[in-house]
Design a protein around this ligand. Structure first.
Ligand code: FCB
Length: 453
């Protein structure tokens, strides 16, 4: 079965990724405050079978052995996130123990020569800020900048790469509009205000980082879903364009072109009224120069006109069951190549791009101490080949972080979806490297050897 390894340029970085709430557990340890995901997951009916991140992979207590395992697999880079409510458990109240934990984690990574990339916001907003409107409230921007500035100051010496936000689309539209993620609201006006404030907080954090004169790089991670129209019918083409505007252009366009896409502004204002939460100077801040763009890519959508997504009057066509992951997401590596090419030509030009997440959930089974996740090996290899094609054509793609290092709390799906290259037995917390983890480790060893030659 084994897939052959792929050649990458010598400076290409292979890594793996996780996020605080999904792996840490220790929800009440060392003064951590409540986040919107604690509240949401403890609200009946919100998460699969009532699962919560209270214990998760217990990484808070097992970080040393987890990092040691990364080292044994030869992984050169690791993307983690910081839990805001560990650092500011109450408004304006700094918690040294929170910083101390991340210092220990970062120092351990350095000890094993694993390069960290740190995401400041991977969705765990302090609940006390949600109580005042969360991201729909403009004041949250200032609290984020206070938190970011503190992290830069306390940990900046150990972090070569900061990512302000993970997937603003999920943190706003999926959370305040579609209601699938915390705080679970269904209000499109709130959703667009939240998206704007998240982008603004990104821009202001970048400004603070530059003002601090730090040595590292700073960027943002967006999730992209490539969109194809189901047919050439004008109504399907228009629906697909709206889906693309909603999923992709609403975020990349202000960041790179200092404006929201005009076709979408017209559509959105027709539904929620004037976008009067945009204030003078906001778009300039949002478009602050970044050092790289993080890209999370999983799938594409084929779209037609319809009622499935009422907000956009569009409908996603179900992909055929033989080419989907356990999330029901279509496996379509060609769309990663198309996405990268489109981003470079329309928005990012020579800006370095980094795939900060890519991976797949499958129904893994632990049999005789092994997990033969052949589908995941193929998924990863196919996406690496698509990425390589972009690089061969001169594309400035600098790295790839596999989602995820280990199975973890998959948000509204709880522990029912497994994305890891390492299998986690949640009853015993025993970790077992899957076939995909071994393959990825082999790919990295191959890369390293090729560049020593
Ligand atoms: C992304 C999230 C990440 C994980 C993967 C499967 O949207 O950033 O935390 O849940 O999806």
């Amino acid at each position: 079965m084994t897939r052959s390894f792929i050649e990458f340029p010598s400076d290409f970085v292979f890594g793996t990724a996780t996020a605080a709430y999904q792996i840490e557990g220790a929800a009440k340890a060392d003064g951590r405050g409540e986040s919107i995901w604690d509240r949401f997951s403890h609200t009946p009916g919100k998460v699969f079978e009532g699962h919560t991140g209270d214990v998760a992979c217990d990484h808070y207590h097992r970080y040393e052995e987890d990092i040691k395992l990364m080292h044994e697999l030869g992984i050169p880079a690791y993307r983690l996130s910081i839990s805001w409510p560990r650092i500011f458990p109450e408004r304006g109240k700094f918690n040294q123990a929170g910083i101390d934990f991340y210092r220990r984690v970062l120092e351990t990574l350095h000890k094993y020569e694993i390069e960290p990339a740190v995401t400041l916001y991977h969705w765990d907003l302090p609940q006390y800020l949600q109580d005042e409107g969360g991201w729909a409230n403009r004041a949250t921007v200032d609290y984020f900048v206070e938190y970011a500035t503190k992290v830069f100051r306390e940990l900046g010496d150990l972090v070569p790469k900061f990512i302000t936000h993970n997937e603003p689309w999920c943190a706003s539209f999926l959370s305040y509009g579609l209601g699938h993620h915390a705080p679970g609201h269904h209000d499109w006006r709130e959703a667009y205000a939240a998206a704007h404030h998240i982008l603004l907080s990104h821009g202001k954090a970048v400004e603070a980082y530059r003002a601090g004169g730090y040595q590292g790089e700073i960027g943002i991670t967006l999730n992209f879903t490539w969109v194809d129209s189901a047919s050439n019918r004008p109504e399907d083409v228009a629906a697909a364009r709206r889906e693309d505007g909603f999923a992709n252009r609403w975020f990349i366009e202000p960041l790179m072109k200092r404006q929201y896409p005009s076709d979408m502004v017209e559509w959105v204002e027709g539904r929620i009224g004037a976008l009067d939460f945009i204030e003078p100077g906001d778009l300039e801040s949002i478009a602050s120069t970044i050092d790289f763009l993080g890209i999370n890519f999983y799938s594409r959508n084929v779209v037609q006109a319809g009622a499935g997504n009422a907000h956009l009057e569009s409908q996603v066509v179900q992909p055929s069951a033989d080419r989907v992951t356990d999330m029901g997401w279509e496996i379509h590596p060609e769309s990663l190549y198309r996405l990268l090419t489109w981003l470079k030509s329309e928005y990012t030009a020579d800006l370095p791009l980094v795939i900060t997440e890519n991976g797949a959930a499958f129904r893994d089974e632990l049999v005789d101490g092994e997990v033969q996740d052949v589908d995941r090996v193929n998924y990863v290899a196919d996406h690496l080949e698509a990425a390589k094609r972009f690089i061969d054509e001169g594309g400035p793609l600098k790295g790839y972080y596999l989602w995820s290092f280990m199975d973890n709390f998959e948000w509204a799906f709880g522990y029912s979806k497994r994305f890891g290259m390492v299998y986690v037995d949640y009853a015993t917390q025993v970790r077992t490297v899957k076939a995909s983890g071994k393959w990825y480790s082999g790919q990295i060893a191959h890369h390293r050897a090729a560049n020593v030659r």
